[in-house]
Design a protein around this ligand. Structure first.
Ligand code: NAD
Length: 300
């Protein structure tokens, strides 16, 4: 049994902390929201009075927070002050690469081992313990990080040095965001051309248009029964979350002078979707916008 601090018990963190407790670890939990803390205690965690108090005497500290500014503040003001020397610090939030590298530098300078370890798999994966972790860390630290992450994971891959985990996450989600738009555009066009969308799905799934957005997460209801399109685009991966990741990708591209024009277009289209009131819906609702069926624009 290892004493692990878990800070940030929201949609993702609550399931992850519960899986660590279920694996027999002593999980010292903290969240600013009292209701989140209560849920964690009900799942077998121990409530701490602050992030710093949770980190005290912990062998490992895991954070699952909204954005870079929260992560910088929690490490600078609390964790680096109170965690014991040599503790393993793992930030699983999705944040900007620069914040990840800055916290890693501070943590190393203070004598800690640090990893950025963002995840893919969503709330369902967090609850089920089947997340994919993309880890940026010193090579020598990876086995110890892997051991801590295992109860929450199906896949754990070292992406490279500090910041590489965040880089992998935003590059992957840029592909996903753009590929979903391409698939939605194709369905909207197929419909207008009088081609049965389900027949189009069958053909494209076996042709060069095949991709994850089409065959595992189809935005047209029917062909993939588990996809959010069958549930009125509820649950799944929210438009607002996709928008956050695409903004991070554009910031990262600008910081290194990389051209990512399709990512920029995708960011603009998801921003429009959010403006139309769909920020909380699954991102595959892009199909409804491209069919002219959102925001009072319905044609039929
Ligand atoms: P969330 O908003 O549900 O949870 C964040 C939690 O952090 C909240 O409970 C909040 O009270 C807490 N918090 C904020 N500041 C704090 C502080 N200073 N000290 C302690 N607690 C604090 O968000 P989420 O959906 O759980 O996402 C968390 C991270 O995971 C984000 O970076 C997100 O981009 C990433 N992520 C989310 C998903 C998803 O599907 N939800 C998927 C992959 C990655």
């Amino acid at each position: 049994m290892t004493r692990i601090a878990f800070i940030g018990l929201g949609n993702m963190g609550s399931g992850m902390a519960a899986n660590l407790a279920a694996a027999g670890h002593e999980v010292m939990a903290f969240d600013l929201a009292p209701s989140a803390l209560e849920t964690a205690v009900a799942a077998g965690c121990v409530a701490a009075a602050s992030a710093g108090a949770a980190a005290e005497n912990a062998r490992a500290v895991i954070t699952m927070l909204p954005a870079g500014r929260h992560v910088r503040a929690v490490y600078q003001d609390e964790v680096l002050q109170r965690a014991p020397p040599g503790a393993l610090l793992i930030d699983a939030s999705t944040i900007d690469v620069e914040s990840a590298r800055a916290v890693a530098r501070q943590a190393k300078a203070a004598g800690f081992r640090f990893a950025d370890a963002p995840v893919s798999g969503g709330v369902a994966g967090a609850a089920a313990g089947t997340l994919a972790f993309m880890v940026g860390c010193d090579e020598a630290d990876f086995p110890a990080i892997e051991a801590i992450l295992t109860p929450m994971a199906r896949t754990i891959i070292r992406a490279g040095d500090h910041g590489a985990g965040q880089a992998a996450k935003i590059c992957n989600n840029m592909v996903l965001g753009a590929s979903m738009i391409a698939v939605c555009e194709a369905f909207a066009l197929a419909e207008k051309l009088g081609l049965d969308p389900v027949t189009f799905h069958e053909i494209a799934s076996q042709s060069s248009g095949q991709c994850w957005s089409l065959t595992s997460y189809c935005p047209w209801p029917g062909p993939v029964p588990t996809a959010p399109s069958n549930r009125g685009y509820e649950g799944g991966f929210a438009v607002a979350m996709m928008l956050k990741d695409l903004k991070l990708a554009q910031e990262a591209a600008a910081s290194v002078g990389a051209a990512a024009p399709l990512g920029a277009q995708a960011e603009g289209l998801y921003a429009l979707l959010e403006r139309l009131g769909a920020g909380g819906k699954d991102f595959s609702i892009m199909l409804e916008m491209l069919r002219g069926r959102l925001g009072g624009l319905a044609e039929d």
